[in-house]
Design a binder for this molecule. Structure first.
Ligand code: ADP
Length: 307
């Protein structure tokens, strides 16, 4: 095999209470990438379709992660990368992660799978450093492993694959506003009152239990973020209205996707997820802010090869 086309899905990081550790994978939105082996050594980005992103290998997260794998394995060949970007950069649904993980997944397939999923996540993390100045895997792991994931630690990198209740659907709304990464970090508290920390880790624990037991009621009770959301929601206009409407329409929970501005909700069943979509849309329809919405089953497969 000398060429491969892959689908690299969008992902939701944090999942309310699991800041920096939890994530899940979507299936109705994602990038496509084509990778080709070349006789000339090195990594070249030859096409970027959809959004304006750098072609220089070292400035594009897809190139940086590809180089990390390439320099580790030192294969005899080189690679050309084509990126068909469908996830808007900076939307909070893992645009950079889709590129960073897509290139290493595809290279690994073309090279006969010398690396496992955790090692691929490690290489992809080098790409994420370029986008966010820190090594994190909460958007990478769900794309590479599929379903829900928990990043137990980054040093050493340990990722847990969590079960996905079969009836779970996600609804997303992406208000077309820009939140600067620096701003979304600047609002974060340096210290957390102990009482809030207790609530948060109880929620993380019970969310994990709810996923294992397909307990939708417990999921509903656990999808609460008392640490990050109270600070970050100020950066997203109408966040409280979207959340209230989503819950009223039957969502189990609703929170900021990654560092925003996208907002996600989880629901039991597609019908409810569609009603939640309408309820979320009705908030931004009354404003000047343009938006896009998606309803998606949780993607348990993750990144995959396509024809
Ligand atoms: P998201 O949360 O949607 O992934 P990030 O803020 O993490 O958004 O990443 C977007 C940043 O990464 C932008 O500054 C963008 O220019 C940069 N970037 C570099 N290469 C890529 C790429 N291949 N795909 C997406 N973003 C990229």
């Amino acid at each position: 095999m000398s060429e491969i086309k892959i689908f690299s899905p969008a992902t939701v990081a944090n999942v309310a209470c699991g800041f920096d550790v939890l994530g899940f994978c979507l299936d109705s939105i994602g990038d496509y990438m084509v990778l080709r082996k070349t006789s000339e050594r090195g990594i070249k980005i030859t096409k970027i379709d959809g959004f304006d992103l750098p072609y220089e290998t070292e400035k594009n997260v897809a190139g940086v992660s590809a180089l990390a794998l390439y320099n580790d394995l030192k294969p005899e060949c080189g690679f050309e990368i084509e990126i068909y970007k469908r996830i808007k950069p900076g939307s909070g649904i893992g645009s950079s992660a889709a590129s960073a993980s897509g290139s290493v997944y595809a290279m690994n397939e073309l090279l006969g799978r010398p690396y496992d999923r955790t090692q691929l996540t490690f290489f992809a993390m080098q790409g994420e450093v370029l986008a966010s100045q820190c090594e994190h895997a909460d958007n990478l792991a769900p794309g590479i492993f599929g379903g829900f994931t928990l990043v137990k630690s980054t040093e050493p990198l340990k990722i847990l694959s969590l079960p996905t209740p079969s009836d779970l659907f996600a609804t997303l709304i992406h208000p077309q506003i820009e939140i600067k990464t620096a701003d979304s970090r600047a609002v974060l508290p340096k210290d957390i009152p102990l009482e809030r920390a207790i609530t948060q880790w109880a929620n993380v624990g019970s969310l994990v239990h709810a996923l294992h037991t397909s307990d939708y009621q417990l999921l509903k009770e656990s999808l609460n973020d008392v640490v990050i959301e109270p600070h970050r929601k100020k950066l997203i206009p109408y966040f409280d209205d979207v959340k209230t409407n989503a819950i009223k329409a039957g969502a189990l929970g609703c929170a900021i996707s990654g560092s925003g501005p996208s907002i996600f909700a989880l629901s039991k069943g597609e019908e409810t997820a569609n009603m939640v979509e309408k309820a979320m849309q009705s908030v931004y329809s009354k404003s000047e802010i343009k938006f896009e919405t998606y309803v998606s089953k949780i993607n348990i497969e993750g990144i995959k090869t396509v024809k």
